[in-house]
Design a binder for this molecule. Structure first.
Ligand code: BGC
Length: 829
């Protein structure tokens, strides 16, 4: 008995000792620390208040605003007792990094991003550091127009370098919503109408940025294809169109480049806010695609913080009081599952650990601006698309150029909104020409610059809103140039260039009249200049400095050459002159079709065009909301609601995506609708021959390799983008007549030089989404491989067969539309 007692006592002492060791941390007041202990342990040691604060961003709008770097769009909170000493700093977009001109953690200054003005706190103006500038790279659409993943990755590295050196952990881009309609205000931040090109462009950019040790946020997930009523609008889309078009590009980017974060969008999708939808954020993004990063919300989106967190929105940006209260109440009432919050927080803490700030990287505030400007110029050169050339380009015997159009002298660097970049300069076309050794016709230049100065002085008195200040000229109508002025220039110049400028931005869509169509002044400028110069046997070039495609059919016969110059960033003028001169042979191709007229766009029937009222309360032409009646949209009343602290319009009308899968060329090519310029189209100063199409096998069994040879048959060196379209059999479900399934760009081929390009098709490239069984299915039958220079310039064809129907992948049956759709199909033709 005694022995037994001794043994029991012995074990009790051992147990107490062991327990003592494991409790040592807490006994000694040591708490788990981020970076040393498991993130789950750190989360477990948090109070409910700390948990809630860490799931919300930290900004001016939250209760404990911090501004370690003024001008950033958002931060996370800290919990120093648990080693969460650093925040994540987020800013920028797919066009570059947005930094404040004056930026330093030690300087007690504050920059209001919206006004772009430095507000120094009392008496500390001497502390201002800087100015600091970033590189305005070509915008995302321009990057997609290069079709050059390697070059896009290089641009990404430049953005990554600037993020890192300016102390930003996450670049808030790239945007990659499908360009469903040319009027979408943010198309310039997006890549293409095609999911493959969009997915690959964004993936290349993400790879580049993240290779520098900073994160990205692909956005806006999902179906944020319009800005009108963006915070309440409901995109109603069939499961098939979602899978094949709107989700597909994000899927490619997530799988190929593993972005650190995904930014969930403002809008509703099939009835639910995307940020409150676990089908989207959990079933698809995480379970199907294997996303392991953090889902952040767009800035003030959705309506219910508990719903957002429960759905898998890990970090609510920028963090608002109301959300804090909602989450604390949710935890108390158990409406919010504490385990779900912990799961989200573990992801947020894992992300924090990856950031340069957490790793105590010392930013230099001196990024490689010179090198990055050279990259911006290189990318801009490859993004320019030559749309017409009747022996006008490259320049030959040109010394003196007459520059028409206000934008020639005030180039539009990029779109408005959060994609704004604090660039040091923009090379307009007049400067670019001078840098390239040309003379710019002086009296004409003076006429335009005097007008610009006058407009700036007058308009700055009227307009105070930041978009209009920074981009005032880009929204101002074209100046009416007296006809005699045009006549005077002809004898004094060898050639005329007319720049057509357009801008658009976040928060509102454009209209057919003020954006897509050329104004009467622009039309007559093109007509009059062309007639005057042609009468003297001289050439005319039109340069389009636009955020996306616009109408061309009505005027394209006048000029001799047309260049699509997008919004090419700060080096635009130099890059254009590289192309005009012939130092760079154009190799860009259209990432989006140019329709003949707006009415041809398949979504034109439903896309907001007449009514342009936004959450910012502005009409497209900038009239503040209180000066317009509240009754609109075909007579239907739209009311107001409060989302967060903001008054927003409630869209009572769902946006029905009745065109289904027939977006862009999928529509024009299938329904034989003529276009002004086809998807994938772009001319060169040389010619290319396509030959030797070889398929690895006559039947498909898992993979198919396709080789093709491209030869430069012209007189100057050039690059070519070859595109692979697949025409699939429609045994079970109808298909677009062809779809892009691969593309490759040659190196710079010298005259006479050839290169073999290789494409690979996997089972998913053959498959379409069959909603009835919620699966990707490849139909049996004959598949035609079409290798083309554009979707409408197919050079070679081959075929292979698939002996049996193949269910490639079964996925969750989710995201069912909450409104009946009347989808377009081929029997309805
Ligand atoms: C935009 C986002 C942006 C965020 C922070 C929002 O208004 O929709 O794209 O990243 O602001 O700047």
């Amino acid at each position: 008995m005694r022995n037994k007692l001794r043994i029991l006592l012995f074990f009790a002492i051992v147990q107490l000792f062991l327990q003592g060791c494991s409790d040592k941390k807490s006994r000694l007041g040591e708490l788990p620390q981020l970076g040393k202990d498991k993130v789950e342990d750190v989360v477990a040691a948090m109070t409910p208040e700390e948990k809630v604060s860490m799931s919300l961003g930290n900004s001016d709008w939250s209760n404990t605003p911090i501004q370690p770097n003024p001008g950033f769009a958002g931060y996370t909170h800290t919990v120093p007792r648990l080693g969460i000493n650093t925040t994540i700093g987020m800013q920028g977009s797919g066009a570059g990094v947005l930094v404040s001109e004056y930026l330093d953690a030690s300087a007690e200054i504050k920059l209001d991003t919206n006004v772009n003005v430095v507000i120094a706190k009392s008496g500390d103006s001497k502390k201002k550091l800087g100015p600091f500038y970033c590189t305005a790279f070509p915008n995302t659409t321009s990057l997609a127009a290069t079709w050059n993943d390697e070059l896009i990755e290089k641009v990404g590295k430049g953005m990554g370098n600037e993020s890192l050196e300016y102390n930003s952990d996450i670049l808030l881009g790239p945007g990659q919503n499908i360009q469903r309609n040319p009027l979408c205000g943010r198309n310039f931040e997006y890549c293409s109408e095609d999911p493959l090109l969009s997915g690959k462009t964004a993936a290349a950019l993400v790879r580049g940025v993240q290779s520098m040790g900073v994160g990205t946020s692909i956005k806006h997930f999902l179906a944020n294809n319009q800005e009108t009523n963006r915070k309440t609008q409901n995109s109603v889309i069939s499961q098939r169109a979602l899978r094949e078009i709107y989700l597909r590009n994000f899927e490619i980017t997530v799988k190929e480049s593993k972005p650190w974060t995904v930014m969930v969008s403002y809008n509703r999708l099939n009835g639910r806010y995307t940020c409150e939808n676990p089908e989207l954020l959990d079933s698809i993004l995480r379970k199907e695609w294997g996303f392991e990063g953090v889902v952040i919300t767009d800035w003030t989106c959705g309506a219910d913080a508990v719903a957002k967190v429960s759905a898998g929105s890990d970090l609510l940006m920028p963090g608002e009081f109301i959300e804090q209260n909602q989450l604390l109440a949710g935890l108390k009432s158990k409406k919010l599952d504490a385990k779900v919050l912990d799961r989200n927080l573990a992801r947020v803490l894992t992300l924090i650990q990856k950031t340069p700030r957490f790793k105590q990287y010392k930013p230099s505030y001196k990024p490689n601006l010179t090198e990055n400007a050279a990259t911006a110029r290189e990318a801009a050169g490859e993004a320019i698309v030559l749309l017409k050339n009747s022996n006008a380009l490259p320049f030959s015997g040109v010394k003196n150029v007459a520059l028409f159009g206000k934008t020639s002298y005030d180039f539009i660097v990029g779109g408005a909104g959060s994609a704004l970049v604090n660039n040091a300069y923009v090379i307009s076309l007049n400067e670019g020409l001078r840098n390239g050794g040309y003379q710019v016709n002086k009296p004409l230049e003076e006429w335009y610059t005097n007008h610009l100065t006058k407009v700036r002085a007058e308009e700055s008195k009227k307009l105070t809103w930041w978009k209009w200040q920074k981009y005032m000229i880009s929204y101002y109508p074209e100046f009416v140039l007296p006809k005699p002025m045009i006549a005077e220039q002809v004898s004094k110049s060898d050639l005329a260039i007319i720049t057509i400028g357009r801008n658009s931005g976040e928060g509102w869509d454009r209209r057919e009249d003020d954006f897509f169509k050329l104004s009467e002044t622009e039309q007559s400028l093109i007509r009059n200049v062309s007639e005057a110069y042609h009468a003297a046997g001289k050439k005319v070039v039109v340069v389009m400095n636009v955020p996306g495609v616009i109408e061309m059919a009505s005027w394209r016969n006048y000029p001799d050459a047309i260049l699509m110059a997008w919004q090419l960033g700060q080096e635009a003028g130099n890059a254009l002159v590289d192309v005009l001169k012939g130092d760079v042979n154009p190799s860009g191709k259209l990432p989006t079709t140019v329709p003949m007229q707006y009415a041809d766009v398949p979504s034109s029937k439903t896309f907001p065009n007449k009514v342009i009222i936004t959450d910012n309360g502005y009409l497209a032409n900038g009239i503040p909301e209180d000066t317009v009646p509240t009754l609109y949209t075909d007579g239907k009343y739209e009311g107001y609601a409060f989302v967060g602290h903001r008054k927003v319009h409630i869209s009572t009308l769902p946006q029905l995506y009745n065109e289904g899968i027939y977006v862009g060329y999928r529509y024009y090519d299938t329904f034989n609708v003529p276009d002004a310029c086809a998807f994938g189209f772009g001319l060169s100063y040389t010619t290319f021959e396509y030959s030797e199409l070889k398929l690895s096998s006559p039947t498909f069994s898992g993979k198919m390799k396709i080789n093709v040879t491209v030869k430069n048959t012209g007189k100057v060196a050039g690059k070519e983008v070859a595109q692979l379209y697949l025409s699939a059999p429609d045994q079970e479900i109808e298909k677009p007549v062809q779809e892009l399934k691969g593309y490759a760009k040659t190196k710079l081929l010298q005259p006479g030089e050839s290169q073999q390009l290789t494409f690979e098709l996997d089972a998913r490239s053959l498959a379409s989404f069959w909603s009835g069984i919620s699966s990707w299915v490849a139909d049996k039958g004959s598949y035609e491989v079409r290798i083309g220079a554009s979707s409408r310039d197919i050079r070679l064809k081959g075929s292979f067969s698939l002996p049996e129907n193949m269910v490639v992948e079964k996925v969750h049956n989710v995201l069912y539309p909450n409104f009946p759709l009347d989808e377009l199909n081929q029997t309805k033709k």
